[in-house]
Design a binder for this molecule. Structure first.
Ligand code: MG
Length: 381
């Protein structure tokens, strides 16, 4: 049977690549959503003919509705419109590639409506991991990781009889554009410097997160929720070539790794075709040509965002949500040239002081924490 999918955040980097995979595999695209890019979404609507589409920006949605009058696609608007596309579509798998905390509510809508969630939005799991896992448990639906590291771990875990013998997860990191630099050498870097990522081609927010390694901290938290492994059993290893996408280690010290060229179309495709595998447009890995793979310990003094994320997940509760929101705010301020690179860690840390101390929480608590953390960052600038 032909697979039916929906893509949330379809005009972003992961969204576009997801549609590329869907087109090549001949999947039906049932729903598309984006933030405000009505031009690109109109193009996608004309090409993929989804039943429904939404823009979270209401003015942009009005424009899109006018432009798509001659198509049968129903156009919705606002955060509710996006959630509507997540839950009302008759897709079997929904890819959530929305950027930031905005991806949380739609992720819950996908799971609550009984569909498989292909998750590219790591912030949903970081801020609302507990809520997302509860929703998945209730409907018995799977969360398939799209993030390359988590897809690697997921692939390494295929065929494993139980979680018992799993000793640790080794999350690999490219180290970003400032690898090997001292604090002094990076204190004056700009967003333009940070946007020169050596291996992966990504959106602006995540590229800055990669430069500060906050992204790896988010991935540590994401791995904890996805695979049920304690934070102290998740190691971070800098691997400059981005060929090994992550590894797992068993009790007998046997290590299993997943390798491939750094191209998101492999993990995206696996989330869509799972448990099957198809031919991919990504090139073959030629290890003789690459010659050598290198590994380093992360520099926790320069990249203090790693410590912040580890601290947040160890504290648990709403702390991961708080540092995630503080980072979204600090990341934006850095991209706008309003703060320096080394201010990121200092500002994100202020969120710890305002986080409500609760072990169990609701979606409203997450949004309240979001407000408090962002305000703490703005107050500290
Ligand atoms: Mg990643």
């Amino acid at each position: 049977m032909e697979k039916k999918i929906a893509v949330l955040g379809s005009t972003g980097s992961i969204g576009v690549q997801s549609l590329d995979v869907a087109e090549k595999a001949g999947y039906q695209v049932k729903a598309l959503t984006a933030n405000r890019d009505f031009r690109k979404l109109e193009e996608q609507i004309r090409k993929f003919k989804p039943e429904m589409a939404a823009l979270s920006d209401t003015a942009a949605a009005a424009e899109l509705r006018l432009r798509c009058k001659d198509t049968p696609t129903r156009i919705y608007s606002g955060a509710e419109g996006v959630c509507m596309c997540a839950s009302e579509t008759d897709a079997d798998t929904v890819i959530d590639s929305i950027v930031g905390l905005a991806g949380l509510r739609p992720a819950l809508s996908v799971l609550e409506s009984g569909k498989t969630l292909a998750l590219a939005n790591k912030e949903a799991l970081v801020a609302g991991g507990y809520l997302v896992l509860e929703a998945a448990k209730k409907t018995g639906k799977k969360i398939l990781p799209v993030d390359s590291e988590h897809s690697a771990i997921f692939q390494c875990l295929q065929g494993k009889p139980s979680n018992k013998a799993l000793k640790k997860i080794i999350l690999t990191a490219s180290g970003g554009p400032f690898f090997g630099k001292t604090r002094d050498e990076i204190k004056n870097v700009t967003a333009a410097d940070a946007l020169k990522h050596p291996n992966w081609d990504m959106g602006a927010k995540i590229t800055i997160d990669s430069a500060s390694m906050f992204n790896k901290g988010l991935e540590l938290i994401e791995a904890h929720f996805l695979f049920g492994v304690a934070p102290e059993s998740i190691d971070i290893l800098v691997h400059r070539e981005s060929i090994i996408h992550s590894m797992i280690e068993y009790d007998d010290n046997s290590v299993i790794a997943q390798l491939g060229l750094p191209d998101m179309r492999i993990p995206i495709q696996y989330a869509l075709t799972y448990p099957e595998r198809f031919v991919s447009p990504v090139g073959e890995l030629n290890l003789a040509e690459i010659g050598k793979l290198t590994f380093f310990e992360p520099d926790y003094e320069v990249f203090d965002c790693l410590n912040i994320c580890r601290e947040a997940i160890t504290k648990g509760g709403l702390y991961p949500a708080a540092v995630n929101s503080a980072n979204e705010e600090a990341n934006r301020l850095f991209r706008e040239g309003k703060i320096g690179f080394l201010d990121l860690g200092r500002l994100i840390r202020t969120a710890f002081d305002v986080t409500p101390d609760k072990k169990e929480f609701t979606l409203e608590d997450v949004f309240e924490t979001d407000r408090l953390a962002r305000q703490a960052v703005l107050d500290a600038v």
